[in-house]
Design a protein around this ligand. Sequence first.
Ligand code: UPG
Length: 461
Amino acid sequence: MEKQERICHVAVIPYPAQGHINPMIQFSKQLASKGLQVTLVIFSSQTLSTPASLGSVKVVTVSDSSDTGSSSIGDLLKQFQATVAPKLPQLVVELGISSGHPVSCLVYDSFMPWVLEIARQLGLIGASFFTQSCAVSSVYYQIHEGQLKIPLEKFPVSVPGLPPLDVDELPSFVHDMESEYSSILTVVVNQFLNFRGADWVFVNSFNTLEEEVVNCLASQRSIKPIGPMIPSVYLDRQLEDDTEYGLSLFKPALDGCMQWLESKETGSVVYVSFGSMAALGEEQMAEIAWGLRRSDCYFLWVVRESEEKKLPCNFVEGSSEKGLIVTWSPQLEVLSHKSVGCFVTHCGWNSTLEALSLGVPMVAMPQWTDQPTNAKYIEDVWRVGVRVKANEKGIVSKEELEKCTREVMEGERGSEMRRNSEKWKKLAKTAMGEGGSSDKNITEFAAKIASKFNETTDSKA
Ligand SMILES: O=c1ccn([C@@H]2O[C@H](COP(=O)(O)OP(=O)(O)O[C@H]3O[C@H](CO)[C@@H](O)[C@H](O)[C@H]3O)[C@@H](O)[C@H]2O)c(=O)[nH]1
């Protein structure tokens, strides 16, 4: 009988939100390019038209019946665990049977630390994947270890490897103790429940971007920065045909955006997006709308379907000469387009990494969660953008938005930001290029788990 080829099979399991799925798709593609068999498992309560594969990564979508109408994200995550955890062991076994190659490692979103328990029950390797910056993760780590006590009493706060952080520069859940937030704080801090127990810990970042804080966290246990996890065509082009993430929970206005951008001059467009989750108030939406109008630049603004009703009356009709509003964009294509001169962003970690990797300066307008800390780094550490200041009601006025966009688009400081952005773009490429720090970490992981798999298989033979 023909002997079956031995292949090390890894299952990658993101939390099903766009900002978590995207980097874990890219990690899957990277692992597959290093010779591993990879299955990406998406649990989703929505009906998704997911592809059966992304390059050589197999995609399996499993319907998750958890109630998405639940009021808080903390509750949602609890429900997610309650419905997914009982199904996962059987699913992992079936993936092995159907492919002919038993799964030997689970790479799980750090939001789901309970997956490690399942990996252990099945005798598999367990690897945790952090989708936020190393700086933000370090703040949560300090809380987990009891070094930072909640409620915080003194500001600025000191965390090893980070600049001192004022109250509005900390992740929101740490100081904003609304009832919904306290349950989310538990979730984000619990990412560290098995920080020392996991076999591997990956962070979607790169050494030169967060050197000091990477070193501090790595002194507690080995962590592997493997980012930026964006499609290869925008970085080192090592992976052929890797031009997009490939799995979107939203439908992008493909042609519309790109044709519109084509008709605009180099560096003349302000791109505005608040990612896949942030929900702004009506008053704030109006200030953004009029701020964009006042800046007198061309603008491309992503307003998700669920947010459209918050736009001021007649704004869309009255903006057709200067602006285009879409419900979702092909963001990487947009950011890499020569017409885009500035990105007004909520500072989600993926958007931040994308802008850094594509050399686009930013107006940082953080909303919640890790975004205020990312905004702090954008302005003060990487010096690739300006942070907006909110008024006493927490609203960013149209005048403030106009001032900040002009600063990035026109001023001398804007030119400096563009130069700094070019620097980070090169460093991102170097990290992911052959032999770069992130590339080495991915190669090391692939080689070590493949060799462990071979040893185990040999000892059973
Ligand atoms: O029109 C759009 C808007 C966004 N995107 C993509 O969607 C992703 C959005 O991710 P991110 O920028 O991280 O924002 P969120 O969707 O808000 O992500 C959540 O998850 C991130 C990772 O944990 C956190 O950093 C954020 O604060 C949190 O809100 C990015 O890859 C974008 O390229 C598009 O393709 N088209």
